[in-house]
Design a binder for this molecule. Structure first.
Ligand code: FAD
Ligand code: 2HG
Ligand code: ZN
Length: 521
């Protein structure tokens, strides 16, 4: 038996008590035969959109309670989580019912008023804030759970329910949400569906394309599509709800969500291991799948630069659980029904990993508070990375074998341009290994065109060259609409445009985003 194993068994009780878990580019060439119409800058405001006038505000006041029409102190609604994207809207509406959403949209459509649907405003591609003066339709006042059926595990709720609140309510019934994100304290289930969020449990419970049973959606002209099905099987025609999952508010406003929820696991185990190479991260994943199989619920990795940032900013009081530093860290979580059985499996895995040399060191959480502390390290990374002042985030997927190579190549690229350590503070990598999803974060003192042009199109060409996706789970928003051709063919984009035109012929929903603007449009 490896001498390190005692460490694995006896995690010292130093871990802090339960941590609060919170909360276009100069392509200059044709891609797949599609030319990019605007480069480096946003398109101009579409003059076809009406500027909101007093008579519009009067109409909204006539159908909404007074406090649901907001015209001052709109900074937080105009600014995204990264403080990277800023709009200039002077009107935010907070509808409470689907009928109110319908009336608002009908008025906007009839009057060509552009609208930005907004959930918890935690999106990372600038999709939930206006580009110019679009009306903000904030969903936070639609936050009721409508129905829960413990036999099927299906919950039907308003789109504005905060993910963490939903999780708490379901927890009392013995269920959990099928997705979990670091932004759970603020993001909405409707926002999650609109972005097709992946997150920390994707590996186990899969995509929202599988767990969402039905949706209630209001289309641009105010039509209410009531498809709040609670059925697992329903082969009656085109599955329209799938179009809205991941459509980022460009096809309709999601007002209600019907979603399958798994039973709350009776046993949850969390281990953190230190590794000396990314090759060993991959080897560890292979062994983990074999040992843990059906109980594996998360397999998250980060590099030493990520941990350094978290610790140096003491996010949520985080502490290093190891004496030494390692180039890579992997957090392994199990969701099972028998603690003894799960313990035995996890110990078997860790012994195998230590003996095989894939893992150098490790700790196993002894209780929930220690589990949360280990998760705190992982979930604090996005925030830690913002502390330098600005952060450029690239959420990408690719074959697992080259997952970390992008981080190394980007560092080298920055070094060769003389930018690392000056214009760019850190280049870090972390993410969802099991899903082939890397989060490349590049921090800098401030957002500048110069840094952006050092990163792009390098990063997108790299992804395209490795047959990856330019957006794994965060979506396209305003950041990636123009670069969609790196991942999708002109034929596919052509059909996407036809879908957009079918649901929103005047283009009032979330304009300037999601699809590339070409000369023809
Ligand atoms: P917003 O940011 O408000 O909006 C996002 C998009 O959806 C916008 O285009 C908006 O117009 C649209 N939208 C919002 N609500 C509706 C609605 N009701 N109807 C129609 N359109 C709507 N993402 C992941 O996939 N995995 C992660 O692990 C993850 N972790 C995160 C951790 C942190 C700390 C942060 C800040 C973000 C993280 N995200 C993650 C990104 C983000 O996509 C998710 O936080 C979430 O899904 C966005 O939900 P929201 O309610 O905040 O939506
Ligand atoms: C995560 O996995 C989120 O923590 C955020 O998707 C990633 O901030 C990022 O780049
Ligand atoms: Zn993620």
């Amino acid at each position: 038996m490896s001498p390190h194993l005692s460490l694995l068994r006896n995690l010292p009780k130093y871990l802090r008590p339960s941590a609060p878990r919170s909360s276009i580019r100069p392509l200059g060439r044709a891609l797949h035969g599609t030319s990019i119409a605007f480069a480096g800058h946003l398109p101009p405001r579409n003059a076809g959109f009406k500027k909101i006038e007093e008579q519009d505000r009067a109409f909204f006041r006539s159908i909404l309670p007074e406090q649901a029409v907001r015209t001052s102190d709109l900074g937080p609604f105009n600014t995204d989580w990264m403080n990277k994207y800023h709009g200039k809207s002077d009107l935010v509406l907070f509808p409470r019912t689907t009928e109110q959403v319908s009336k608002i949209l009908k008025h906007c459509n009839d009057n060509s008023i552009a609208v930005v649907p907004q959930g918890g405003n935690t999106g990372l591609v600038g999709g939930g804030v206006p580009v110019y003066d679009e009306l903000i339709l904030n969903m936070s006042a639609m936050n009721k759970i409508r129905h829960f059926d413990s036999a099927s595990g299906v919950v039907v709720c308003d789109a504005g329910c905060i993910l963490e609140s939903l999780e708490e309510t379901l927890g009392a019934e013995g269920f959990i949400t099928p997705l979990d994100l670091g932004a759970k304290g603020s993001c909405h289930i409707g926002g999650n569906v609109a972005t097709n969020a992946g997150g920390l449990r994707f590996l186990r419970y899969g995509s929202l394309h599988g767990s969402v049973m039905g949706l209630e959606v209001v289309t641009a002209d105010g039509t209410i599509l009531d498809n709040l099905s609670i059925l697992h099987k329903d082969n009656t025609g085109y599955d329209l709800k799938q179009l809205f999952i991941g459509s980022e508010g460009t096809l309709g406003i999601i007002t209600g969500v019907s979603i399958w929820t798994p039973p709350k696991p009776k046993s949850v185990k969390v281990a953190l291991v230190g590794l000396d190479s990314f090759k060993n991260v991959q080897a560890t994943y292979e062994k983990t799948k074999t040992h843990l199989n059906e109980i594996l619920s998360a397999f998250e990795f980060w590099d030493k630069e990520s941990l350094k940032l978290v610790l140096s900013h003491s996010i949520q009081g985080t502490r290093d659980p190891f004496d030494d530093q390692y180039p890579f860290y992997v957090l392994i979580e199990t969701h099972g029904s028998n603690a003894e059985h799960d313990d035995a499996k996890l110990q078997g895995l860790l012994e195998d990993l230590m003996e095989g040399g894939e893992v150098v060191d490790g700790v196993v959480a002894q209780d929930e508070s220690q589990s949360q502390s280990l998760w705190g390290l992982r979930e604090s990374i996005p925030e830690a990375c913002s502390k330098a002042g600005a952060v450029y985030k690239y959420d990408v997927s690719m074959p697992q074998s080259v997952l970390y190579q992008l981080v190394e190549d980007m560092r080298e690229h920055m070094r060769s341009k003389g930018a690392l350590g000056s214009k760019v503070t850190d280049v870090i990598g972390y993410g969802h290994v099991g899903d082939g999803n890397l989060h490349l974060n590049i921090s800098a003192p401030k957002y500048t065109d110069e840094v952006q042009s050092l990163i792009e199109p390098f990063v997108y060409e790299w992804i395209q060259g490795h047959r990856g996706s330019i957006s794994a789970e965060h979506g396209l928003g305003v950041m990636k609409g123009a670069v969609l051709p790196y991942s999708k063919s002109p034929e596919m984009i052509g059909y996407m445009r036809k879908i957009k035109e079918a649901f929103d012929p005047k283009g009032i929903l979330n304009p300037y985003k999601y699809l590339p603007l070409t000369e023809s449009k």
